[in-house]
Design a protein around this ligand. Structure first.
Ligand code: MV4
Length: 447
């Protein structure tokens, strides 16, 4: 096992990794920007290294400074958390070249899944269901024919995309050339790559993702699904495990397909396979090769410490359990407490004046804020995650109401008032929502 790990991240996820390390007897090194000298992750780590000025490009994304921090402190492995360098294949390459360990998949798998056309073709060949569409890249000349074959509406997606950028819908043949040129232009501008592909546009799907763990001994397990349909502008707001839309048989079936596929692929570490789910069918959209923000809901219903397993896997240890050891108990919901206006989502950095976290059975609050802490304006606005777990979904919703009533984050605007309303909405209580529900709801409130 590693003696010392460097955490190339900040905020709540840096704390999450530090906590796993402490329980495993591993020393921790925090990195931070000059804006984060007072940050909680710096206080909780055994050592810390300042890697640059506030702008992420010069600090949390500064690869030479991060490698130097490893060499200075003697850290043997790097946990990237999520965001920042977590899905940067070049970073994983460089870590390897320096004789260090990247706590995550191989650079080859990161690269493969980062290119959406390659990812889709690869998983399709491995037996994972995909959205009907162009097989690979679509040219302007072929587009109209492919669209007629799959039927309108169609969606143009960028191969270098992800998170919804560079996506355009064509409702009819009349929209097609405009959708193609806009998608290409956006993709070229955002990613420097105008390669696009085409899919049938699914009108009212849910976003359901499967969590997997794969070790270096050929064992792969799935930890069930998360339903992340409640989102705004591709930012998830509320996540659940399991999905209100799935039954145990559907869970076992898609979980089985995914584990078989990733075993054939020789995947290593934690990963998430994202699907759209509509009319009882799954359609692959993307694979995430990192730890995700919403991993705690899966931890709640499985009792498995996903970060601990990531570290063990990276050190070459086998998974300590097989699929039949994994039992799903109860239901969990996570609310993302952002330093934002609850309805416009405009960022609201500033000083935390009052702070009280909820407690009690089945309540977890992952956060790096504290009373008097000043949230800097340079990074994303996630200030905390409230995760509640209970025997079933109904009790989980009641516990969530109770926990939200206890939570106090004063001095800044937060998304707490939005969740106070959502837990009382009939569609939410009934689990009856698609990926468009939240944006429609906010529009109905006049936002
Ligand atoms: C889709 C889709 C409908 N049909 N693909 C958005 C981000 C990227 N991960 C894939 N996305 C979508 N792909 C087909 N064929 C709708 C979306 C989509 C979406 C997906 C998941 C979560 C939120 C979303 C919000 C808008 C659109």
């Amino acid at each position: 096992m590693f003696d010392k790990i460097l955490i190339a991240n900040r905020g709540e996820i840096a704390l999450r990794v530090i906590r796993a390390c402490k329980e495993m007897g591993i020393s921790t090194v925090a990195i931070h920007s000059t804006a984060d000298s007072d940050a909680m992750h710096v206080r909780l780590a055994d050592e810390s290294v300042c890697v640059g000025p506030p702008a992420a490009a010069q600090s949390y994304l500064n690869i030479p400074a991060i490698i130097a921090a490893c060499e200075i402190t003697g850290a043997e492995a790097i946990h990237p958390g999520y965001g920042f360098l977590s899905e940067n294949a070049k970073f994983a390459d460089i870590i390897k070249e320096h004789g260090l360990t990247f706590i995550g998949p191989t650079p080859e798998h990161i690269r493969m899944m980062g290119d959406k056309i390659t990812a889709k073709q690869t998983v399709k060949e491995l037996g994972i269901p995909t959205v009907p569409g162009s097989d690979g890249e679509v040219s302007d000349a072929d587009a109209a024919r492919v669209a007629e074959e799959i039927g309108y509406p169609v969606l143009i997606k960028a191969t270098a995309g992800g998170g919804g950028r560079g996506m355009k819908v064509a409702q009819t043949a009349a929209d097609l050339s405009m959708a193609l040129s806009t998608a290409r232009h956006e993709a070229k501008t955002a990613f420097g790559n105008d390669t696009v592909y085409m899919e049938k546009y699914l009108q009212k799907p849910r976003h359901i993702e499967i969590q997997i763990l794969a070790d270096s001994h050929g064992h792969v397990v799935h930890l069930g699904e998360r339903d992340c349909s409640l989102q705004r502008r591709h930012q998830k707001v509320w996540e659940e495990a399991g999905s209100p839309a799935l039954n145990a048989q559907e869970r076992d079936e898609i979980g089985g397909i995914v584990t078989k596929a990733l075993k054939k692929l020789g995947y290593l570490g934690a990963g998430t396979i994202e699907f759209l789910y509509e009319d009882g069918r799954f359609y692959f959209i993307e694979m995430n090769t990192r730890l995700q923000v919403e991993h705690p809901v899966t931890e709640a219903i499985t009792g498995i410490d996903i970060v601990r397993e990531q570290i063990r896997i990276a050190a070459g240890a086998p998974l300590g359990f097989i699929q039949k050891d994994i039992v799903f108990e109860g239901h969990a919901i996570e609310c993302r407490i952002n330093a934002e206006n609850p309805f416009t989502f405009r960022p609201s950095p500033g000083t935390i004046e009052q702070f009280h976290t909820p407690g009690g059975l089945g309540v977890r609050f992952d956060s790096a804020i504290y009373s008097g802490y000043k949230i800097p304006p340079y990074y994303d606005s996630l200030a905390g995650k409230l995760i509640v777990h209970a025997k079933n979904r109904n009790e989980c919703l009641l516990r969530l109401r109770r926990a939200l009533d206890e939570l106090v984050v004063g001095g800044i605007e937060t998304t707490i008032p939005l969740f106070q309303k959502l837990v009382r909405e009939p569609d939410i209580i009934n689990g009856d929502y698609s990926i468009h529900w939240l944006e429609k709801y906010l529009a109905s409130l006049g936002y």
